[in-house]
Write a protein that binds this ligand. Structure first.
Ligand SMILES: Nc1ncnc2c1ncn2[C@@H]1O[C@H](COP(=O)(O)OP(=O)(O)OP(=O)(O)O)[C@@H](O)[C@H]1O
Ligand SMILES: [Mg+2]
Length: 356
């Protein structure tokens, strides 16, 4: 055996393909959501015979497979027909009618949007989309600042189905009456998975993401238990990834329950996604980042202190990291004339910055 063999083996990663653990990854199968997918497909079905589709409001807790199940349905439409255009938009990233219409233009390949207002954009969209049938999917609709675009679509796009996704069924009740009476959506709840379902979903990812043998049954069972407690599959994906990184860092060839415990402790530093549950200080910091999106971390910290923030710089940095982990903000390390620093970006504006 050559002298480098051991060294090389030590450097071998325990991951095979960590993409399978990313929250946006769409697996080939979405088990335990077949009935829900059928319900959505039934609303879209009339479009196949060129009549208007029905609308549906999908709701449920975070991390129960709403986005992945619906995106899967949209991908299947794309594979089966050219006559139906599926459009998926995340309303957290695009939270006004204007931004949504811009995004639709982008999705349908219309580039000359410069200097056009909301009405102009809608005119273009109407002309182009009315040649087809359209499935609009608006995800995270509770993050919308206005809903006028829904009125436009309901009034002027002739053959369409609108799929709305939210955590809160009550979002519908607060909707503008004129929109509500035209929308009249069916309601579809996604209930949380039980522990058997969570285990099967995570097992599917194990095969893609890790070298065989890295995850012993007892450690995996512990991840399943924690995931079921959190009622959020993202927690499971996070734990699979973080645990394995911790094991790698410790030079282990397999993960242990101890590594899982450490990853769980790390996860408890942040709630994965629910803005509502952010404690006040984190909200305050998030609002500051929103106001100062694109600025250096030091400058944002200075403002934080000026406005009465009590944390030390180190603890402020940790909070920033947990907001980034929870995907509320983006952080980018850059080197400029003043040296190395971190630029903080609120999620809405990151997208805008990369658009140009
Ligand atoms: N049945 C499933 N099969 C495979 N993966 C799943 C399944 N359900 C959820 N997941 C995975 O769990 C993660 C969270 O699911 P998803 O993003 O669909 O949640 P959600 O219900 O849309 O949550 P939120 O309300 O926070 O947006 C994703 O990475 C998704 O791929
Ligand atoms: Mg979602």
């Amino acid at each position: 055996m050559g002298v480098w063999d051991d060294v090389l083996r030590e450097n071998e990663s325990l991951f095979r393909d960590s993409v399978a653990l990313s929250y946006d990854y769409i697996p080939k199968l979405v088990p335990f959501r077949e009935l829900e997918q059928k319900r959505v497909a039934a609303c879209i079905k009339p479009l196949f015979s060129r009549t208007s589709g029905r609308n549906i409001l999908v709701y449920g807790l975070p991390g129960v497979g709403k986005t992945v199940a619906i995106r899967h349905v949209l991908e299947e439409i794309e594979d089966h027909t050219e006559d139906i255009v599926p459009l998926y938009i995340n309303c957290w990233k695009k939270n006004t009618s204007y931004k949504i219409l811009l995004e639709i233009c982008d999705l349908i390949g219309y580039k000359l949007t410069h200097n056009k207002n909301t009405q102009d954009l809608f005119g273009i969209i109407k002309e182009r989309l009315n040649k087809y049938s359209v499935v609009f999917c608006f995800d995270e609709v509770d993050k919308l600042e206005d809903t006028d675009f829904l009125y436009f679509i309901l009034e002027d796009i002739y053959r369409a189905s609108i799929v709305l996704i939210t955590n809160y069924k009550s979002w519908l009740a607060a909707l503008d009456e004129r929109i509500k009476s035209r929308l009249t959506p069916e309601l579809l709840e996604f209930r949380p998975y039980n522990d058997h379902e969570v285990a099967e979903i995570l097992k599917q990812r194990l095969q893609y993401a890790f070298v065989p043998g890295v995850w012993p049954d007892d450690a995996f069972a512990l991840v399943v238990r924690h995931t079921t407690d959190y009622e959020d599959v993202r927690a499971g994906l996070y734990l699979l990834k973080e645990t394995t990184i911790l094991a790698e860092e410790a030079g282990a060839k397999k993960v242990t329950r101890d590594h899982v415990d450490k990853a769980v402790a790390k996860m408890q530093e942040f709630t994965i996604k629910q803005t509502q549950e952010l404690e006040d200080d984190a909200r305050f910091i998030l609002a500051l980042v929103k106001e100062n999106s694109g600025k250096r971390i030091g400058d944002v910290f200075a403002q934080y202190q000026e406005k009465g923030g009590m944390r030390s710089y180190k603890s402020f940095q940790r909070k920033i990291q947990s907001l980034a982990d929870a995907q509320f903000i983006d952080v980018e390390k850059v080197t400029d004339a003043k040296g190395n620093t971190t630029i903080l970006m609120h999620k809405d504006s990151t997208k805008k910055l990369t658009d140009f």
